[in-house]
Design a protein around this ligand. Structure first.
Ligand code: UD1
Length: 424
């Protein structure tokens, strides 16, 4: 199993190109099931999660072709017929975003049998909001042997659906299903993440009638058929935020290109308060911190977009471990998202956990140690800690990182980081 070995205390300097967003590409790939014509996605990242969803789509009859055009990855997905509407446990359990095939399969095929994803390292993560929404649209749903069986023999009907909690996945699943339903669907208290807007833009290019994506009320008028399209996946805001935090932690001067700073405004505000220097253009971001100038501890609370993203919480905490003063970090989205805390403490961090809040008291320096993590963002927080730490940090279970970060060691090494991948 691979591990990454980081030697810390090297300031970063250079340019990092940001890849296409994993969390946009996954629902877009699922959306390709809605039409028998090809959907071509430009700028798809080269990540394990994309491959896993590709394997699942192949089970449903999707033909997938990958080519590169001027260095940009183009994924062509074409499903002339749904050959199977079963999403097996082995694949869904490996990646919960696989559950996003349920809406498209149900809408196009009238039925689907999709395994429940099960729990994962960041919580028990139910799918009740997805299921209630499909029921409101006229589907019958029953659970059998760990599988959700959903049926809408006479097609899905438009409905008014108000989510009790803001859910990115439920908003996406229902928006896709509603695109082919009979009548109008209104999604209230919908998620406003940029990836929802990206999915809506793609569906509209495919012929869907959608208004309000990016606000908390989305209106979808169902159409009888969608057609093929070409769509460019938006840049990965979580990857951009992660590298911004890496520079803030290690010190240095780095420009992130192919990115949209507006999508991480909440993080940039926190980093500004902490004392990092930030310059934005519409599609790039320069982040600087003089290694002799210590960051200040600032408080942060995760929230749905446009709030501070839960997917940046672990990385932000790594950054705060060596700030001057204290930082109170509250996690409000997932109940169990502090798996990185004991690992950061092995490196000398001073962190107290009280329920959903972590009190981080900054220490002068972290010390390298062997550490391991349980999910993609927790793993990268340990890389960030390793970049600022004294000595060597060895991060094991790197396959988590490979799920969310394209060529991470290449991108960081190009900016002067000392990182090696070791195959044990
Ligand atoms: C997506 C992102 C993930 C991110 C999360 C929150 C993808 C592929 N993944 O995950 O990286 O951390 O948004 O920004 O885009 N909930 C319910 N019932 C449901 C669905 C969700 O109670 O039916 C709860 C969850 O347990 C959680 C909250 O709602 O507490 C938000 O989850 P949700 O937005 O659905 O996350 P995902 O779409 O799974």
């Amino acid at each position: 199993m691979d591990r990454l070995v980081v030697r810390g205390e090297n300031p970063l300097s250079g340019t990092i190109p940001i890849s296409g967003a994993k969390n946009a590409a996954l629902p877009l790939m699922a959306a390709s099931l809605l039409t028998q014509e090809p959907l071509t996605l430009r700028n798809t990242p080269d990540l394990a999660d994309i491959t896993i969803l590709g394997e699942l789509l192949s089970e449903h009859g999707t033909e997938i072709a990958l080519r590169k055009q001027d260095g940009v990855r183009m994924l062509r997905l074409s499903t002339p017929a749904i050959t199977s509407a079963v999403a097996p446990y082995e694949l869904v359990a490996r990646m919960r975003a696989s559950f996003l095939v349920l809406g498209p399969l149900l809408a196009r095929h009238g039925e689907a049998r999709v395994s429940l994803p099960g729990g994962d390292a960041i919580g028990h993560r139910p799918v009740d909001l997805h299921l209630k929404g499909f029921e409101a649209m006229g589907a019958t749903i029953f659970l059998d042997q760990g599988y959700i069986n959903a049926r809408a023999t006479n097609g899905l009907k438009g409905a008014e659906i108000r989510f009790s909690t803001v859910s990115v996945g439920a908003t996406e699943n229902l928006m896709m299903a509603a695109a082919l339903a009979d009548g109008e669907t209104v999604l209230e208290n919908a998620a406003r993440e940029p990836e929802i807007g990206d999915l809506a833009r793609c569906l509209i290019t495919m012929g869907a009638l959608i208004e309000g994506a990016g606000t908390d009320t989305i209106r979808i008028k169902g159409v009888a058929k969608l057609h093929g399209a070409e769509h460019e996946v938006l840049p990965d805001r979580i990857e951009a935020g992660t590298y911004a935090l890496a520079v803030a932690a290690a010190g240095g001067d780095v420009v992130l290109t192919h990115t949209n700073p507006e999508a991480i405004e909440a993080l940039l505000e926190l980093l500004g308060k902490a004392g990092a220097q930030i310059d934005r253009t519409p599609d790039s971001l320069r982040i600087r911190r003089d290694p002799g100038h210590r960051l200040k501890g600032v408080d942060a609370m995760t929230a749905p977009f446009p709030g501070f993203a839960t997917d940046l919480q672990a990385q932000f905490m790594a950054c705060m471990t060596t700030a001057s003063g204290a930082s109170m970090i509250s996690e409000t989205i997932f109940e169990n998202r502090f798996m990185h805390v004991p690992e950061l403490m092995r490196m000398g961090a001073n962190i107290n956990l009280h329920g959903g809040t972590a009190l981080v008291r900054g220490v002068d320096i972290l010390k390298g140690a062997p550490v391991m993590a349980t999910d993609v963002r927790a793993s990268v927080s340990l890389i960030i800690a390793g970049l600022s730490a004294q000595g060597e940090t060895s991060v094991s279970k790197v396959y988590h990182l490979d799920r969310g970060y394209e060529r991470i060691e290449t991108k960081l090494t190009a900016c002067g980081a000392d990182i090696r991948r070791i195959r044990d």
